[in-house]
Ligand binder design. Structure first.
Ligand code: GAR
Length: 200
């Protein structure tokens, strides 16, 4: 079995779309893959309760309890490694990761970002796109490298920016696309793993 660990910080709607895709598209039987744990750095993340209700282990690791980014990431790595993941999925995980952490999961760490990378890395992507007059916006699934919001692109979706858009309305339009491309990109990634079929 190829264990998948998903990291969240809030609503977890991308996590939900991935778990639902795994169920509906029978990842366990077809691809030998299973979402085994959801880890949140915020104890009040809405997605945690939903994941637990699905029978998925929910782990809380509050970053505020750690003196440094390095200490938090080291413990995070320990928690994640308990599940021996084939893939670690950042789904609205709002933390900058240390290069040591990223290196540890090199090749099996992916992220979704709410912009058409390499444009608008970082925060407030939708407002920045509106302010500069972009006609199109979107989302990107990419492999994580030590360079924040860079790394090889696995999937992108484009949406129009409409004349009266606010950051909120644009974010909602982009999010519906995120929910489509993230599960698709993960399924494509799993399909390319050498022993996926034989592990089913
Ligand atoms: C999503 O829009 C995701 O792309 C974004 O946070 C939101 C999380 O929503 N991620 C980032 O900004 C990462 N830099 P969700 O918790 O409902 O999936």
């Amino acid at each position: 079995m190829k264990p998948i660990v998903i990291l969240i910080s809030g609503a977890g709607s991308n996590m939900t779309s991935i778990v639902q895709a795994a169920q509906q598209r029978r990842w366990a039987e077809r691809l030998g893959a299973k979402v085994v744990a959801v880890v949140s750095n915020r104890p009040d993340a809405e997605g945690l309760a939903w994941a637990r209700a699905q029978g998925i282990e929910g782990v809380v690791l509050d970053h505020k309890a750690f003196a440094s980014r390095e200490a938090f990431d080291a413990q995070l790595q320990t928690e994640i490694d308990c599940f021996e993941p084939s893939l670690v999925v950042l789904a609205g995980f709002m933390r900058i990761l240390t290069s040591g952490f990223v290196q540890h999961y090199q090749g099996r760490l992916i992220n979704i970002h709410p912009s058409l990378l390499p444009a608008f890395g970082g925060l407030n992507t939708h407002q920045r796109a509106i302010d500069i007059g972009c006609r199109f916006a979107g989302a990107t699934v990419h492999q994580v490298t030590a360079d924040l919001d860079h790394g090889p692109i696995l999937a992108q979706a484009v949406v129009p920016v409409l004349p009266h858009d606010t950051a909120q309305s644009l974010a909602a339009r982009v999010l519906t696309q995120e929910h489509l491309i993230y599960p698709q990109a993960i399924e494509a990634w799993l399909s390319k793993q050498p022993s996926a079929a034989s592990n089913a």
